[in-house]
Design a protein around this ligand. Structure first.
Ligand code: SF4
Length: 157
């Protein structure tokens, strides 16, 4: 008799697996780090290898917000609104030292000292600016996080 394999999983696990290979970043950039983010989408780096190339023009269609650039106090409420308009589950990458801590402008009267003061951040990518390879590493960290989340749930059983 021919043996057949059976795969048992939950809907949550299956969805997380699909999400981890098809993150949809919101098209949004704040300063010079955004140029590196745009380069990451170009042919040289080809993030479609990982399934992350579908940058969405609306926060309502994206599940990944990449904060690429300096967040000023004036822009902070708009960044928060964008985050709130995204459907859950959603993830945030702070790309570059400005997004992480205010970077070289941290002493300025107009710059927020880290985007995590207004929204939760999942992955931090240091650098001024981080290269596209670093952003790709950050995207893969989000994927890893989704896989660990699956593991955590299975540990609960
Ligand atoms: S971290 Fe450096 S490259 Fe990125 S936005 Fe700030 S000053 Fe520009």
């Amino acid at each position: 008799m021919e043996l057949e394999n059976i795969l048992v999983t939950t809907v949550d696990r299956a969805l997380d697996y699909c999400r981890s290979y098809s993150l949809w970043p919101v098209t949004f950039g704040l300063a010079c780090c955004a140029i590196e983010m745009m380069a990451t989408g170009g042919a040289r780096y080809d993030i479609s290898r990982f399934g992350y190339e579908v940058f969405r023009p609306s926060p309502r269609q994206g599940d990944l917000l990449i904060i690429a650039g300096t967040v000023t106090h004036k822009m902070a409420p708009l960044v928060k609104r964008l985050y709130e308009q995204m459907p859950s589950p959603k993830y945030v990458i702070a790309m570059g030292s400005c997004a992480m801590t205010g970077g070289p402008f941290v002493d300025s009267y107009s710059v927020l000292d880290g985007v995590d003061k207004i929204i939760p951040v999942d992955v931090y990518i240091p650098g001024c600016p981080p290269r596209p390879e670093a952003l790709i590493e950050g995207l893969l960290k989000v994927k890893e996080m989704l896989h660990l989340a699956k593991k955590d749930r299975s540990d609960l059983k």
